[in-house]
Design a protein around this ligand. Structure first.
Ligand code: 5GP
Ligand code: SF4
Ligand code: MG
Length: 457
């Protein structure tokens, strides 16, 4: 998912729309904006792409100089419109809007406790749980209520919370999900990715820190801490696949890190070939890096139909298979008779690689050497990326040789964990650690007694 918030700009809703649009790749199932005109909070939300949801929206109705927005893709919680965020709550103490990127590991337990105490929840989204926890605390200040609620939830989260007089941004103690602060004139902006700042002409100031609660109001910006700062564990898959190449995460540009992944991969696993090609769009940076390091020419061997959405985010396996075919096509004149290094950023279920190798062979490629610019994914993610069960992960159930056989390639190699860290971490003293749990099994955040979580879709 992607979150966006702005405080103190007369075109708040419109700028939120543009910010969300630049983060559309983070979620395509639903979008919403909640504005605050100083008197009340108002929501406009719907299922689908940002453009569709706001096609008939009248921005002159969404007045106010404060807004928060969200683009959604569901890992936990159903796909219904009731789960589209920001969620808006009204109570005697005022209104509150919540936008969340991440996943709570103890959601079921907290939900059970809330229900036992008489709360009935409307959505299947874990975001609603936090709203109840905040309201129940009934402490002196918003900061205290929110901090105490955040200390009850376990998992990965980047939250934007909007009240009538303040906006809050909070990041989990391990800083697994990205969240940055920027400025546009006198207005403050918060977004999952810095590409949203560039989109609206805002300047990056800094990242929200692990365990930090940032308060933004007409008085400016204040910072408190609800948890001890830990070594940051930014999700490696943000760099590998999810984020936009023009975004910077933890002071590291995403495209540059992908290029370095490709270069490390070329050093670790070179191949005898005529050219390097990347799977558009997310693997192009790594393919450029591989080509540069190996001295092989980079070619456009696959093109993408830009009118099809991201395949991974499709719900069922049939749709995913269909999706790959609709989305990608080989360039016969380039690949025919050639030995090819085909770079993909990652293999999850194996759908993409298998289809592409098959496509390239059908188009006359002589050999296809698959090089994956990240380590093999063998473990589920509990922190908000859609890789739910071990069963679905091809590398959890097959050796590299077996995967090579399944996808029909001449050879397959993955980047090592070492290579991945080299490509992402610039300076460990900057607390630039990563989470790579889906590759290593080393989970930075555990819910006690937790072994495997089954997601409800
Ligand atoms: P597969 O087809 O193997 O299931 O998925 C691999 C493809 O999906 C890759 O081309 C990659 O770009 C994309 N992908 C890999 N990991 C993720 C992920 O964690 N989330 C999303 N949304 N897409 C991914
Ligand atoms: Fe990202 Fe993998 Fe960690 Fe999940 S387990 S947060 S996908 S690195
Ligand atoms: Mg891809």
């Amino acid at each position: 998912c992607g979150v966006f918030g702005i405080w103190g700009h007369e075109r708040a809703a419109e700028l939120t729309y543009y910010g969300l649009h630049s983060m559309q790749h983070r979620g395509q199932e639903g979008a919403g904006i909640v504005v605050n005109d100083g008197m009340e909070l108002k929501a406009h939300k719907g299922l689908g792409l940002v453009n569709d949801v706001f096609k008939h929206a009248n921005f002159s109705d969404l007045t106010g100089n404060v807004a928060v927005g969200h683009v959604r893709y569901s890992t936990q919680g159903g796909k219904g419109v009731e789960n589209v965020q920001p969620l808006l709550f009204r109570s005697q103490t005022g209104s509150m809007a919540l936008a969340h990127n991440g996943n709570l590991m103890n959601e079921q337990k907290l939900r059970g406790e809330l229900e036992d105490e008489g709360s009935i929840l409307q959505t299947s989204s874990d975001t609603e749980v936090l709203a109840h926890l905040i309201r129940r605390n009934g402490m002196e200040t918003n900061e205290e209520s929110i901090s105490s609620a955040l200390n009850k939830v376990v998992g990965a989260y980047a939250y934007l919370i909007l009240k009538e007089d303040k906006m809050f941004a909070a990041l989990d103690p391990s800083g697994i999900r990205p969240l940055s602060i920027g400025k546009l004139g006198d207005a403050y902006v918060v977004a999952s990715e810095t590409c949203a700042f560039d989109q609206i002409g805002a300047t990056f100031i800094r990242e929200v820190l692990p365990g930090e609660l940032v308060t933004i109001s007409d008085k400016g910006i204040e910072s408190t801490r609800f948890a001890m700062r830990e070594q940051r564990r930014m999700c490696a898959m943000e760099y590998v696949y999810l984020s936009r190449p023009d975004s910077d995460l933890n002071e590291v540009n995403v495209h540059a890190s992908r290029k370095r992944m490709g270069m490390e991969l070329a050093k670790e696993s070179p191949a005898e070939a005529d050219m390097v090609i990347g799977v558009p769009d997310s693997s192009i940076s790594a393919a450029i890096g591989f080509a540069e390091e190996s001295g092989l020419p980079y070619e456009m061997g696959i093109i993408k139909n830009r009118y099809v959405g991201r395949t991974f985010i499709q719900p069922s396996q049939e749709l995913r298979e269909q999706g790959v075919k609709l989305k990608l096509a080989p360039v016969r004149g380039i690949v025919e008779g050639k030995r090819i290094v085909m770079i993909d950023d990652s293999i999850v279920r194996g759908t993409t690689s298998r289809r592409i190798v098959q496509m390239l062979k059908e188009a006359g490629a002589k050999e296809v050497h698959v090089r994956i610019a990240s380590p093999s994914i063998q473990n589920p993610c509990y922190y908000g990326i859609d890789m739910s069960t071990r069963k679905e992960l091809i590398a959890a159930n097959n050796s590299v040789d077996e995967i090579c056989e399944i996808i029909g390639a001449e050879s397959v190699s993955y980047l090592s964990i070492d290579g991945l860290e080299k490509a992402i971490i610039k300076d460990k003293t900057l607390h630039q650690g990563i989470c790579a749990a889906c590759m290593t099994g080393n989970y930075p955040v555990k819910e006690s007694g937790q072994t495997e979580i089954s997601y409800t879709r």
